[in-house]
Design a protein around this ligand. Structure first.
Ligand SMILES: Nc1ncnc2c1ncn2[C@@H]1O[C@H](COP(=O)(O)OP(=O)(O)OP(=O)(O)O)[C@@H](O)[C@H]1O
Ligand SMILES: [Mg+2]
Length: 240
């Protein structure tokens, strides 16, 4: 059997904000080119987990490895240099810069002929190509989400980490963003780690799902097929 490469491996991390012990012994992994979601109620530590991986709130103990390299103590800019693109829930569009400038600032040359370019991003998100000169901060919520994802793609990362990509979007835009995420994962082989409250979207974009209980503890793991067959798993773990 082919051995899969764990492109992201988190082992027993403990993460704090000051004295608050938020993540208490979380372990999970994502294989190369795999799409994985973390599902969990409000406040359990999903965003903190992503911030731990990115080096924005590094864990106090435990370890994180990206593509075999220990990144536990690396600051965010170095994690990003290793090819990890993070799209936080609040998107962080640079105000005062138009759509194209936002994209160009993030652009990094890719290694393959599958690389993401301005042209490819506009192709994927026609809405952005119609607003090239518009100030990024004046885009609608959905357009900003597309710009944020476009910016992640054009950095030609190995791993994309998305925090609640469906947040604040109309059902129509959720469908558009879902389709885009499916496309880039399948077509570019980019590894995906996504946090979603909208579990229907999570089931569409990811193949494997970690269920997070309180304090960042993983209380279950299931494939999309398993969750579709037995929706009770989600209800038991995630309903209030
Ligand atoms: N900067 C901070 N300082 C102190 N506590 C924080 C900070 N950020 C988050 N927390 C706390 O850490 C816990 C986990 O927060 P986190 O944002 O990781 O949850 P989440 O699972 O992403 O929730 P949501 O679904 O609402 O986004 C919460 O109790 C939150 O109040
Ligand atoms: Mg969150």
């Amino acid at each position: 059997m082919e051995k899969k490469n764990k492109i992201l491996n988190i082992e027993k991390i403990h993460t704090y904000y000051g004295e608050s012990h938020i993540i208490q012994g979380l372990s999970l992994h994502v294989d190369e080119s795999e799409a994985v979601s973390i599902l969990g109620r409000n406040g359990v530590g999903k965003t903190t987990t992503l911030r731990s991986v990115m080096g924005l709130t590094p864990p106090r103990s435990g370890s994180i490895a990206i593509d075999g390299r220990d990144t536990t103590k690396l600051p965010a800019h170095q994690v990003s240099k290793l090819g990890v693109a993070y799209v936080p829930a609040e998107r962080h569009i640079f105000p005062g810069l138009n759509v194209e400038e936002n994209l160009k600032l993030a652009a990094r040359p890719g290694k393959s002929d599958q690389s993401w370019t301005l042209e490819k991003v506009y192709d994927q998100f026609p809405i952005l190509s119609e607003r090239i000169k518009q100030d990024g901060a004046t885009l609608s919520g959905g357009e900003q989400q597309m710009l944020a994802i476009g910016r992640a793609l054009i950095s030609n990362p190995k791993i994309i980490i998305l925090d609640e990509p469906s947040q604040g979007l109309s059902p129509l835009l959720v469908a558009a963003v879902t389709e885009c995420i499916q496309n880039f994962c399948v077509n570019s082989g980019i590894t995906l780690l996504v946090v979603e409250q909208n579990y229907r979207m999570a089931l569409k974009v990811a193949g494997r799902h970690y269920l997070m209980g309180t304090k960042g503890q993983i209380v279950g793991m299931a494939t999309t097929a398993e969750l579709e067959e037995d929706p009770k798993i989600i209800r038991d773990h995630l309903s209030v």
